[in-house]
Design a protein around this ligand. Structure first.
Ligand code: GLU
Length: 466
């Protein structure tokens, strides 16, 4: 039998904290999965330990192509590095359960020999069940919930090896956690009811169980199950919508953990420093998208101009925003960034109000140029006067433009808002745009004159239909 080649003894001594993220590759990673990974990673890093990634792909029917890649991409995006696992390898591999079948079969045989498990025939063949004790209770300590106790009588015998030769989660993760020297199993609350089964397998195999921490479920603000209508539940969709990894990490860290009642902003390093399991709560965590937006805006404002410029360019490389010409000039973008930085909630917001900086081919209706209490003739004269002011202002800076145009509004007996409203539409095609004078300075004299000329022509065409 192939068992001969594998060592059934663990070579590791568990002197260091070792946690693992053990996702099943069944689709795009859910916020809940990645929150679990984050707590496992933080706990390992806080304790100077190791973080292992193991892919639990024993349920062949639920496997989804591309899931492993998106799981790893999620970890990489958040900067959660792993010490052993796919791509990096390690001496306790393989790290895909489908490549570890010999181990599960060997331990199944052992349990059968010891009289703790038995074969039985199901409709497709022979499978193996673990024999539950019929009396007593199983008591353990959970790092989040304290003492938990289960009545053995309430649990039935359960399958550990299926007729297709693949193990169930119950057996496979125990064998792997033991052989990989995992010291702390941090996982979702949904596994708590199965904990007695797992502890009894440890006991049957005469292994010391790791410590367990079952993390609280994540609910929507109305306490219902988190679903699409409360915002996306897929982590990578947040990446695609322009959220920053540091905001996502900070936000997810607070889903079930807190340092105290008031601190909300934590950098990655701060989280590593302060994260402990005793501050994890057992009550449901509430997913509040407004808080995430606020946090994302905060992290955007914290970036230097260069950092935000780079972040936008790499974001647009992946997500080409509609309306923005491809490959925007980084030098121009670096000038625009300070004008928009304070108003952004996500990177995605940026593309909305800046395409006019990169192209003069924006569209608008001539009627949008005409401000309240003005007619088209007055608008044309205001634009003509603006032409001459813009041609002669020196230097061509935001402050001298401001001074000059404010005086012009007075001379024309217009409200400043009327004159600037027209100029805003003429130069950007927008009614709401980044600060006007600074924008004009970036556009430059020639481009502004060109836009104003175009606006005058647009209005004249309306007045003299051919
Ligand atoms: N494969 C299981 C899941 O994705 C792992 C649970 C665990 O962490 O033990 O839910």
């Amino acid at each position: 039998m192939a068992h001969a080649k594998i060592s059934l003894e663990r070579s590791l001594t568990m002197s260091r904290v070792r946690t693992r993220f053990a996702p099943s590759p069944t689709g795009t990673p859910h916020i809940g999965n990645i929150r679990t990974a984050l707590f496992e990673w933080l706990f390992a890093r806080h304790n100077g330990g190791e973080f292992i990634v193991r892919i639990e792909d024993t349920d062949q029917s639920r496997k989804v192509e591309g899931s492993v890649e998106s799981l790893l991409e999620s970890l990489r995006w958040l900067g959660m590095d792993w010490d052993e696992g796919p791509e990096v390898g390690g001496e306790n591999g393989p790290y895909f359960q489908s490549e570890r079948l010999d181990y599960y079969r060997a331990y199944t045989d052992k349990l059968i020999e010891m009289g703790k498990a038995y074969r039985f025939e199901d409709e497709r063949g022979s499978a193996v069940k673990f024999a539950m004790p019929r009396d007593g209770s199983t008591i353990t300590h959970d790092r989040v919930r304290g003492e938990v106790s289960f009545d053995n009588l309430l649990l039935d015998d359960f399958v550990i090896l299926k007729s297709d030769g693949f193990p169930t989660y119950h057996l496979a993760h125990i064998v792997d956690d033991h052989l990989m020297g995992i010291t702390h199993v941090i996982r979702a609350e949904e596994w708590l009811p199965s904990l007695p089964k797992h502890l009894l397998i440890y006991e049957a195999l005469e292994w010391d169980p790791p410590e367990f921490a079952h993390l609280p479920v994540i609910l929507a603000p109305d306490k219902s199950k988190l679903s699409k209508r409360h915002g996306s539940t897929s982590l990578l969709e947040y990446k695609e919508s322009g959220y920053l990894p540091q905001a996502m990490m900070n936000f997810m860290a607070l889903l079930g953990w807190s340092l105290d009642d008031k601190s909300e902003l934590f950098s990655r390093d701060e989280l590593v420093n302060v994260f402990t399991l005793d501050r994890v709560v057992s009550s449901p965590a509430i997913f509040n998208i407004e808080k995430l937006d606020w946090m994302n805006g905060h992290y955007i404002r914290e970036m230097s101009g260069d950092e935000l410029t780079m972040a936008l360019l790499s974001y647009w490389n992946v997500v080409s925003p509609p309306g923005l010409p491809p490959g925007p000039d980084p030098k121009v973008l670096a000038q625009i960034v300070p004008l928009i930085q304070d108003r952004l909630k996500t990177l995605d917001d940026a593309a909305e109000r800046i395409p006019f900086f990169f192209s003069d081919e924006f569209e608008y209706e001539a009627s949008e140029l005409i401000q309240r209490n003005m007619d088209d003739a007055e608008t044309v004269s205001a634009l003509e006067a603006t032409m001459s002011a813009v041609s002669s202002v020196h230097p061509f800076t935001a402050s001298s433009l401001e001074e000059r145009l404010r005086t012009l509004a007075e001379d024309l007996e217009l409200k400043v808002g009327q004159l600037l409203g027209t100029l805003r539409v003429a130069t950007s095609g927008l009614k709401v745009s980044p600060p006007l004078f600074e924008s004009l300075e970036i556009l430059g004299r020639e481009r502004v004159l060109h836009d104003v000329q175009r606006a005058i022509e647009k209005l004249s065409q309306c007045r003299d239909p051919i």
